[in-house]
Design a protein around this ligand. Structure first.
Ligand code: SF4
Length: 471
C-alpha cells in the first residue's frame, strides 16, 4: 500500500481534543503533590462524586481513572503483577486489580498509610507516586466488584481509613408504571439516593472539619450541565454522513467530564469540540476518510487499545459512530440537573449508569442510537474481567438483529489487561460482519449474528485456564 493510500486509511481524529492530555497530566500532578500541600485525599470508584470533593477542597483519586491512565501509557504491568502475586486472580476486574496492586506495593514497602507511595521500583513514573487515602467513599452502581474494591482497599490499609458507603440500587423497571426516567420506582430510588448524598456531605464535613461549600458545588454543576449539553449537541451532529467524529473521539473526551477538575475551561473544551464537529459537517470531512460502514460499539473501553482500535476500524473504512460507554454515560441527562439544587439530578445521573439499568431499558436506548445514527452493524467488546458490562450483551445482540436487521459480532478483550486480546479473532470477526453487511446490501442474504457465541465461550476456557495464587 503506498503512503497516500495508507493516509486515507488513518483515523482523522478531532484536533480539539488534544488538550485533554494536558488536562489529564495537570490534574495528576496536583494529585501527586497533594500531601506536600497538606490536602486531604479521598479515593473513590464508580460514580462521579468528584464535584462534592472539589467543592470541599479535597484531592480525589478515581480508581478507574488511575488504572486507565496506567493502561493508556502501558505502565499497568507492575501493579497488576503485584496484585496477582498477592492472590488477586487474573479474572478479577483489571481496573480493581491494577489499583489494588498499587496498594499491595505500598504495603510491601512498609509505608504508613499517610505517606505517599514510594516503593514500586518497577514503575518509577506513575504508580509509585499515588498518594494514600485519608478517606474512602464507595458509591458504585450495580457491580459488587466495585463495592468490594473499596472495602478491600480499606482492609489493605489496615482498616484505618474512614469509609462511607453509598448504596445505588439497580433500576429494575418491573412495575407497570415503569419507564426510562419515570415511574414510582424511579422517583423513590432517586430520593433514596439523594438522601444518601446529603449524608455523604455530612461525612465530608466530619473529615474536613469545615462546613461544606454548597455555593461551590452549585457553580460547578452549572459548568457540568453546560459542558454535557454541548457534548450531546456535538454528538447529535454525527447523524451526518460521513460522521464528523467517532466513538474514539468521544472516548478521549471522557476524562475532562468524568473526573478532572471542573471550571469554565470544561465548557470551553466541549464548545471547542462542538465547533470543530460543526465545521466538519459543513466541509463534509469525516472521522475516517472513506466511510463505508457505520457501527455501534458496545462494552467498556479498552484503555490500552484506544488508538489501536481507532486505526483498526479506520483501515476497514468503518466509522464507529456511537457506543454504550460514550453515549449512555457521564452526565448524559444534563436536563435533570438544577444547578441551584443539584443533588437530586446528580443522584439520577448516577442511577442511569449503563450497567445500572435493567436489560429492557438498555436495549431500548441502544436500538434508538442505532436508528438515530443509521448504523449498519454492532461490535460487542466482551470484556473478560468486567462481567457487569458483558452480562446483557447476548440479549442486545439478538435484539439488534431481530429488531433492526443488522449483524453483530463479539470479540474478547479487557479494560486494562491486554493479554486477553486475540488480534486474529477480532480481525476475522469484524471482517465477517462487514462481509455480511456487503452481502445484505447486494441483496445476497439477510443480516445475521456473525459471532458463534458458544465457540467464543469455548475459546475462553481453552485459552486461559484459571490460575489461583495465594498471597
Ligand atoms: S467489573 Fe466492571 S463495573 Fe465492576 S468494578 Fe470492574 S470495571 Fe467497574
Amino acid at each position: 500500500m503506498n503512503s497516500a493510500v495508507q493516509d486515507q486509511k488513518k483515523a482523522n481524529k478531532l484536533t480539539s481534543t488534544r488538550n485533554a492530555g494536558k488536562l489529564v497530566n495537570d490534574y495528576w500532578e496536583t494529585v501527586f503533590r497533594a500531601k506536600e500541600e497538606g490536602k486531604l485525599v479521598c479515593w473513590y470508584e464508580g460514580s462521579a462524586i468528584n464535584p462534592f470533593l472539589q467543592a470541599a477542597d479535597i484531592c480525589w483519586v478515581h480508581g478507574e481513572a488511575y488504572s486507565a491512565l496506567l493502561a493508556a501509557r502501558h505502565q499497568e504491568g507492575p501493579a497488576q503483577k503485584a496484585a496477582e502475586e498477592h492472590g488477586y486472580i487474573k479474572e478479577l476486574c483489571s481496573y480493581a486489580r491494577t489499583h489494588l496492586g498499587c496498594v499491595v506495593s505500598n504495603q510491601r514497602m512498609g509505608n504508613a498509610p499517610e505517606t505517599p507511595f514510594l516503593g514500586m521500583a518497577d514503575d518509577p513514573h506513575l504508580a509509585a507516586r499515588l498518594p494514600a487515602p485519608d478517606m474512602i467513599i464507595s458509591a458504585y452502581a450495580y457491580c459488587s466488584t466495585g463495592q468490594q474494591w473499596d472495602e478491600i482497599t480499606a482492609r489493605l490499609f489496615g482498616k484505618k481509613i474512614p469509609i462511607f458507603n453509598v448504596s445505588i440500587p439497580l433500576i429494575w423497571g418491573g412495575k407497570p408504571d415503569a419507564g426510562y426516567l419515570k415511574g414510582e420506582e424511579w422517583e423513590e430510588t432517586s430520593q433514596y439516593l439523594a438522601r444518601q448524598l446529603r449524608e455523604m456531605v455530612v461525612f465530608i464535613e466530619q473529615q474536613t472539619g469545615r462546613k461544606f461549600e454548597w455555593d461551590r458545588l452549585y457553580e460547578m454543576m452549572g459548568y457540568v450541565k453546560q459542558a454535557s449539553k454541548l457534548r450531546l449537541e456535538a454528538m447529535d451532529l454525527c447523524t451526518a454522513r460521513p460522521a464528523p467524529a467517532s466513538f474514539f473521539d468521544w472516548i478521549v473526551s471522557i476524562a475532562p467530564l468524568n473526573n478532572l477538575p471542573i471550571g469554565p475551561h470544561l465548557v470551553d473544551f466541549f464548545q471547542g469540540m462542538k465547533d470543530e464537529v460543526q465545521q466538519r459537517v459543513a466541509s463534509g470531512a469525516g472521522a475516517i476518510h472513506n466511510e463505508r460502514y457505520r457501527l455501534y460499539f458496545d462494552g467498556i473501553m479498552n484503555w490500552n487499545k484506544v488508538g489501536w482500535l481507532a486505526e483498526k476500524f479506520a483501515k476497514y473504512d468503518a466509522t464507529v459512530v456511537s457506543g454504550r460507554y460514550t453515549h449512555q454515560a457521564f452526565w448524559q441527562e444534563p436536563d435533570l440537573i438544577d444547578p441551584n439544587d443539584p443533588i437530586l439530578g446528580m443522584a439520577q445521573n448516577y442511577l442511569i449508569c449503563p450497567i445500572n439499568l435493567s436489560a429492557p431499558f438498555l436495549i431500548e436506548k441502544t436500538l434508538n442510537f442505532c436508528r438515530k445514527y443509521e448504523l449498519d452493524g454492532m461490535v460487542l467488546h466482551s470484556s473478560r474481567t468486567c462481567r457487569a458490562f458483558t452480562n446483557p450483551q447476548f440479549l442486545m445482540a439478538e435484539a439488534a438483529t431481530r429488531e433492526l436487521g443488522i449483524p453483530t459480532t463479539m470479540f474478547e478483550g479487557d479494560v486494562t489487561d491486554e493479554s486477553f486480546y486475540k488480534d486474529e479473532l477480532l480481525n476475522s470477526r469484524v471482517e465477517a460482519m462487514l462481509e455480511a453487511i456487503d452481502a445484505s446490501r447486494a441483496g445476497r442474504g439477510t443480516p445475521s449474528q456473525v459471532s458463534d457465541f458458544s465457540l467464543l465461550a469455548q475459546n475462553r476456557a481453552e485459552a486461559s485456564p484459571l490460575v489461583f495464587h495465594r498471597g
